[in-house]
Design a protein. Structure first.
Length: 438
């Protein structure tokens, strides 16, 4: 999912979408047509520092598409706080866009509604073939064994951004490689109104991404092999507690971060209020907020010990944005043309440069312009030490249930209430009870 985003926290559940007839896009018939061949509606996710930034990035490219094809694209940039609920509502009402961006972690959940166009060999052939895309990005496009529900658009990974002068002034000569090192460094700089690390405690999506990575580092997962929720595994409990303890016990995160959900931690880092930040592809956001690239460094997210890699040395989820088409669009041909345009080598270079993301298209990713130090860290992480979130139908409920549980634990920490192993397990048990029964 997105880098700069708030959580999808609303009450609309995927079970509603599954209960209704699976339809979406501009046509209420559910079949897809060419009734409106000269126009498209596109819901873009908020990738930049603001919706206005996104419009400035996207509008010239959409105008370029219109000039090439004669198809006008009506653009709406949807905040991450609204996006999932609006998509789910569209799957039940039939009133939605023709083409849309989705967080890649939602792919399997939205696929299960039946509302999205499957990207089989024939459809992939219309946009140049499936083999144009890197494997890590394709791994987050839907349930294993099924035709993808979406096409990769932007690839991202988490990294550790650090303020060079703040660490140097504290006598820290290199960025932390393990969590113990991060806590030690964070304690050295957490004084005089400044803090070691920034995060977004009121953002369930951010919470679940970090909780997932910590769980992987503890050898645990949130689902069993058959897709059953398993939120109270000892490794999961240890993982969530370690994450929340960065505020509750280690005191390297400001208590006020428990209320953050809208990029405030990025702004704090850009303003020198925090020394470190865990974020997805943050460079463009930091630049837009006036922080010079010379002032910060980028390193892999810490692991428990050693260096990032496979197995328990996982240090990021496979983050990214996919592009989907509602199956009953009234401009099926135009929608496919638009996906082809947006995933073309040329557009991939333009768009991923603008958002400091990594192209999921092989030819674009190999362009020398994506070999800068910050992008190189993200590319290496995606290639060697990132894992896709569970590609299961219940993934969106999992994000909301567990992400909200972690949000509540951060609220406890900020209020001075003790966060114990028992309290963590109780929150996770409650979250598991909210999942659909098998």
């Amino acid at each position: 999912m997105r880098s700069i985003r708030a959580a999808a926290t609303g009450a609309v559940t995927l079970s509603l979408a599954l209960a209704a007839s699976a339809c979406g896009g501009g046509s209420p018939t559910g079949g897809g047509s060419e009734d409106s061949p000269k126009e498209l509606t596109y819901w873009a996710s908020n990738q930049g520092a603001s919706i206005e930034v996104d419009k400035k990035v996207l509008r010239p490219e959409l105008d370029k598409f219109e000039k090439q094809t004669g198809i006008k694209v009506k653009l709406e940039v949807v905040p991450w706080s609204d996006l999932l609920n609006r998509i789910l509502t569209a799957t039940t009402s039939g009133q939605g866009p023709d083409v849309l961006n989705i967080g890649n972690t939602w792919s399997a959940s939205l696929q299960s509604t039946g509302a999205l166009l499957p990207w089989d060999a024939k459809n992939f052939g219309k946009i140049g073939g499936k083999d144009r895309f890197v494997d890590s990005a394709l791994g987050s496009t839907g349930a294993p064994g099924k035709d993808p529900a979406a096409v990769p658009l932007y690839s991202m990974a988490y990294a550790l951004y650090y303020n060079k002068s703040m660490l140097a002034d504290a006598g820290i000569t290199k960025p932390p490689a393990t969590w113990d090192e991060l806590v030690a460094a964070g304690k050295k700089v957490s004084k005089d109104g400044k803090w070691g690390l920034g995060m977004e405690g009121s953002n369930p999506s951010e919470n679940i991404h970090h909780a997932f990575v910590f769980a992987k580092q503890h050898g645990a997962d949130f689902f069993t092999a058959d897709g059953t929720a398993d939120f109270t595994d000892d490794g999961v409990v240890k993982a969530v507690k370690q994450y929340v303890d960065l505020m509750a016990k280690d005191k390297v995160i400001a208590p006020g971060n428990a209320e953050y959900a809208q990029n405030q931690s990025v702004s704090d880092f850009a303003k020198g209020k925090t020394a470190m930040l865990l974020w997805q592809s943050a460079s463009a956001n930091l630049t837009s907020q006036g922080m010079s690239a010379d002032d910060y460094g980028i390193a892999p997210v810490p692991v428990q010990s050693g260096t990032p890699g496979t197995g328990t040395h996982v240090n990021s989820m496979v983050a990214g944005i996919n592009m989907a088409v509602f199956k009953n669009t009234d401009n099926l041909g135009g929608a496919t043309q638009f996906v082809k345009f947006m995933t073309s080598d040329a557009e991939q270079k333009i768009l991923n440069t603008a958002y400091s993301t990594v192209p999921p298209v092989k030819n674009a990713q190999s362009d020398p312009s994506f070999n800068a130090p910050d992008t190189a860290v993200l590319k290496e992480t995606l290639a060697t030490s990132a894992v896709a979130l569970p590609q299961v139908a219940d993934e969106s409920q999992f994000e909301t249930a567990v992400g909200t549980a972690v949000k509540e634990l951060f609220a406890d920490a900020a209020a001075g209430r003790t966060v114990t192993t028992a309290s963590v397990k109780a929150k996770l048990e409650k979250a598991q009870q909210q999942m659909p029964k098998k």
